[in-house]
Structure formats: structure tokens, C-alpha cells
Write a protein that binds this ligand. Structure first.
Ligand code: 13P
Ligand code: SF4
Length: 329
């Protein structure tokens, strides 16, 4: 039974006996329930370590589409769990804390996009995966930062396009594809905090370092980057490049996997402009803890539910994206 206080809090708040080994118990529950744990690179290190699969938004969607598990536990944010549910309606999709939202997804309410679409009937809508299911349902094709360029390139050159909601990624795409898509005025509160001044300072102190940046960063930061890409692409670049020192302009959770893959390289996270805060951490991603993960597996709550008609409409643009990504391989 789902308790009233759990609903109020958005997660299962039951005391866990101190003597249990949480990681072992989580793995035991996964086996017993045929559950799979997926984690984004931005989640806490201990979550990444206990997950079956760690990846970027695209890889997490691809993995969900082919999993044989009965339960998917999405240790990421709400839109990622929704994407899993859209692709796997018959599976139970758990999210350890329902409060794990996304400032970027929040910057594009479905009603506002619907109104904007009506005002621009001859435009196609390309939406970043960091959107609600309701927004995806209004979209022609979804993109992630891994495949955005290829998806945009798949449209005829003269196609009129609205790109939502990340204006930084949109600006970057306009620059690299030579398009002039209309951009929604949204942004991620973590990536928009990275400061040009701090990167210039770090570059001065570490002249041999290469700068790696996620396309959600502002254009001034991207202009300083040696490589711009999704979390998975950034990881791959760091692994394969000859350089041994990198300045990293994306959420600092990625450093765990970077250090694991490249133990002999050094990674310097870009601090945000306002010193003293942890603004290079996504507070939403950090809501996933081992305790909440254990409890959500044990009690099989919180789970994600979607209206079936909306789910069907949201599925098409994701499938289109997955097809294009498959062709890119
Ligand atoms: P990726 O597509 O690189 O996983 O990015 C997801 C995200 O939320 C970035 O802030
Ligand atoms: Fe959303 Fe930004 Fe957090 Fe990514 S880092 S989940 S875009 S708030």
C-alpha cells in the first residue's frame, strides 16, 4: 500500500535497518524481481556503481527499448523515466524520487508549446529529450545531444523548424548545420552557470589542458571548447585523445566515469561563477540515493504512469529518433 506520507514526500521514506549492506540488498532485490537499474552519468558515484547500465540520455533510451527486465529503475530524472515508460508501457518503471525534475524540461510547458505551434502551423517541431511526455507528444522528432545534429540534418535544408527547449543547444545546432531554426527560450540551470572567466583562468593555469563542454553550455563557453558533445561523446573523446589533462564543463558527476576509464588522466571540473556553491552539480540527479533506490525497489514505488493516448503520441517522435540513430551507426 502506498502511504500518504510517501505521496506527500514523493519517495518512500521508510527507515532501513543499519546492519544491512545496501548495495548487496539492492542487487539481491534486482535478481529476485527481474529488475534492471539504469543510471545517468550525472548521478552519485555509488548509484553508478550499483547500476546495471550507466549511460547518456540516448543510450538509456536505447537500453530501455531492448531490456527484457520486468522492472526498470531509472536513476536519473523524471523525463528519463517517462521516456522509458513511453517505450516500455508493460514494464513497471520506477524513479526513486518523484521530485527529480529538470529545469530545462520545466522551461517548456506543453500548453505554451501547443499555442506556439498553432501560431506557426508550417513549422516542424524538433524537441530535445529533456522534455515532458506531453511536450514529446506535440513533437515531430525527438533528439538527444548525441544525435541532434544528425536528426536536424535529416530534414530538407529549407524545412522550417522550431527547436525546443534548449536555446544553447539550438544555437549550437544552427551554427554547425547552417540552419536558422526558431529557438525556444529554455536552458539548464547547471550548464548555464559555467563561466567563461573561470575557464580562461583555468586555461591560463593549465595551458596544455583541453576543454570539454556539453552543448547545453552558453555560446561563450562553447567557443572556448576543444570538444563539444554529449556526456557519452565527451567520455569517448577523453579516452581516445592523446591529451592527459582536461577542463570539464558539464555536470561534475561525469568525473566518476572519466576517472574510472582514464585512471592516468587528470580532469578539472569547471567551477561555477559564484564560488562556494555546488552549482556544477544537478540537484535533481543527486536526489537519487542508495536508500531511496533500495526502498523504491522493495516497495515498488514511486512508479511513472502515463495517459495511454499521450504515450502513443509521444512514442512516435522517440522511435523516429531511434531509427535515425540506428542509421548513424
Ligand atoms: P546527455 O544527452 O549528454 O545525457 O545529457 C543529458 C542532460 O540532462 C544534460 O544536462
Ligand atoms: Fe536537467 Fe540540467 Fe539536470 Fe540535465 S543537468 S537533468 S538538463 S537540470
Amino acid at each position: 500500500m502506498i502511504k500518504k506520507e510517501w505521496r506527500e514526500k514523493g519517495f518512500v521514506d521508510e527507515p532501513i535497518p543499519q546492519e544491512i549492506d545496501l548495495k548487496l540488498e539492492i542487487r539481491r532485490l534486482c535478481k529476485e524481481k527481474n529488475a534492471v537499474i539504469m543510471g545517468h552519468y550525472y548521478t552519485r558515484a555509488e548509484i553508478q556503481d550499483v547500476a546495471d547500465f550507466v549511460g547518456d540520455s540516448l543510450a538509456l533510451a536505447q537500453q530501455a527499448a531492448k531490456t527484457r527486465a520486468d522492472i526498470i529503475v531509472m536513476c536519473g530524472v523524471h523525463f528519463m523515466a517517462e521516456t522509458n515508460k513511453i517505450l516500455c508501457p508493460d514494464k513497471l518503471v520506477l524513479l526513486p524520487d518523484l521530485n527529480a525534475g529538470c529545469s530545462l524540461a520545466d522551461s517548456c510547458p506543453a500548453e505554451e508549446l501547443a499555442k506556439y505551434k498553432k501560431e506557426h502551423p508550417d513549422y516542424k517541431v524538433v524537441a530535445y529529450v529533456n522534455t515532458s511526455a506531453a511536450v514529446k507528444a506535440l513533437t515531430d522528432v525527438v533528439v538527444t545531444s548525441s544525435n541532434a545534429r544528425a536528426v536536424v540534418d535529416s530534414f530538407p535544408k529549407d524545412e522550417k523548424i522550431i527547436f525546443a527547449p534548449d536555446k544553447n543547444l539550438g544555437n549550437y545546432l544552427n551554427a554547425v548545420t547552417g540552419r536558422s531554426m526558431m529557438l525556444w527560450n529554455g536552458g539548464c540551470h547547471v550548464h548555464e552557470e559555467f563561466s567563461v572567466e573561470k575557464i580562461v583562468e583555468l586555461k591560463r593555469e593549465n595551458p596544455d589542458a583541453k576543454v570539454l563542454a556539453h552543448p547545453e553550455c552558453k555560446s561563450g563557453v562553447l567557443a572556448l571548447a576543444d570538444f563539444v558533445g554529449s556526456t557519452a561523446a565527451i567520455l569517448e573523446f577523453a579516452q581516445n585523445d592523446d591529451c592527459n589533462l582536461f577542463i570539464v564543463a558539464t555536470e561534475s558527476g561525469i568525473l566518476h566515469e572519466m576517472q574510472k576509464r582514464c585512471p592516468n588522466k587528470r580532469f578539472i571540473p569547471v567551477p561555477p561563477l559564484s564560488g562556494g556553491c555546488a552549482c556544477n552539480e544537478c540537484a535533481y540527479m543527486r536526489l537519487n540515493t542508495l536508500e531511496k533506490l533500495y526502498n523504491c525497489l522493495k516497495y515498488e514505488w514511486p512508479f511513472v504512469e502515463l495517459d495511454e493516448r499521450m504515450r502513443e503520441c509521444a512514442k512516435r517522435p522517440i522511435e523516429r529518433m531511434l531509427e535515425i540513430s540506428e542509421r548513424m551507426k
